[in-house]
Design a protein around this ligand. Structure first.
Ligand SMILES: [Ca+2]
Length: 312
């Protein structure tokens, strides 16, 4: 009911400022198209485990409250921080880079209850001291599993990074409505107050500028990638993939339509090459497994097989 009420508010309040279009056959998905920025896709059904925010692949994001957006940028950002209390228990930042045209996460920096953690593909530093994994100190444990480096802070924060493109933040429910950053405010209401605040639309440009953190001598600029107009032609390919037999157990667990939207954008940005969508299908598979589903093997020699650098 809460989500439906949010949807009604969205329709009543946002229409004058935004163009809303339904994305067939995804009747449960609304694309909120800002005046000139990239669209934000909101889920109108309960999100998978709303404690999780993720970013993956071709600069995709899913907020705690279930909004999907894309932010192509090499800059450093606050992904999630506790900003509304008297003490900031955590602050998680990350930065992407492109290697041979493939975006990966270059570095994750965290402040977890006063401990400074810096993670990249080759090292973990805690309070400026190098450690090897597994690691346990300062209320933080860090380990490398088959698929992830996982960092868990006792205060109720888990960070998982596949050491490539995908980064997750999972928060304890006590941080609800306590957070800021690209992952949103975690108040359980989509769009509010991430992209619609105090009666006004918040553009994606403004949103990303708000959470960008420049280094002392840096003024990083995000890329200005524009969507091509032919993206929607790819809906069938994406829909067929995500509706396929490998993902049958995911249908009632994950908002497939929003991932179809992300998949369409991947193809659109990659000149119809299908390799770009591999990261989104992988993320769908990971989130499905985390939500209790049992996704089956989906990669083939023709689809995301040999040339893919994805782990799952
Ligand atoms: Ca929200």
């Amino acid at each position: 009911m809460r989500i439906m009420r949010a949807a009604e508010m969205l329709l009543e309040l946002v229409i004058p400022w935004l163009t809303i279009c339904l994305l067939p056959p995804a009747a449960g998905t609304v694309i909120v198209q800002t005046m000139r920025q990239m669209p934000v896709i909101t889920e109108l059904r309960p999100t998978h485990n709303e404690k999780i925010c993720s970013t993956w692949g071709n600069h995709h994001f899913k907020t705690f409250d279930g909004d999907f957006f894309q932010l192509p940028s090499p800059c450093n950002y606050i992904l999630a921080s506790q900003c509304k209390g008297t003490y900031e228990h955590f602050n998680i930042q990350f930065q992407r880079q492109e290697i041979n045209g493939v975006p990966i996460i270059k570095r994750v920096t965290m402040r977890l209850d006063g401990a400074e953690v810096e993670l990249d593909k080759t090292s973990i530093k805690v309070n400026n001291e190098h450690f090897t994994l597994p690691f346990s100190r300062y209320g933080i444990t860090a380990e490398r599993t088959v698929s992830y480096v996982k960092i868990e802070a006792k205060l109720g924060v888990v960070i998982m990074w596949n050491e490539e493109d995908a980064l997750w933040v999972e928060l304890d429910a006590k941080f609800k409505n306590q957070t800021c950053g690209l992952c949103g405010d975690y108040n359980g209401v989509q769009v509010y107050d991430e992209f619609f605040k105090e009666g006004k639309t918040v553009s994606l440009d403004y949103f990303e500028e708000t959470w960008k953190v420049n280094g002392p001598t840096e003024d990083c600029e995000k890329s200005s990638v524009q969507d091509k107009q032919t993206c929607e032609n790819q809906i069938d390919l994406c829909s067929n993939l995500l509706s396929g037999p490998a993902f049958l157990s995911c249908n009632n667990l994950i908002d497939k339509d929003s991932f179809i939207g992300a998949c369409v954008k991947d193809i659109c940005r990659c000149n119809s090459s299908t390799t770009c969508l591999c990261s989104t299908i992988s993320e769908y598979s990971r989130q499905c497994a985390h939500a209790g589903g049992t996704p089956h093997k989906w990669k083939t020699a023709q689809m995301c097989g040999k040339n893919s650098n994805q782990n799952i």
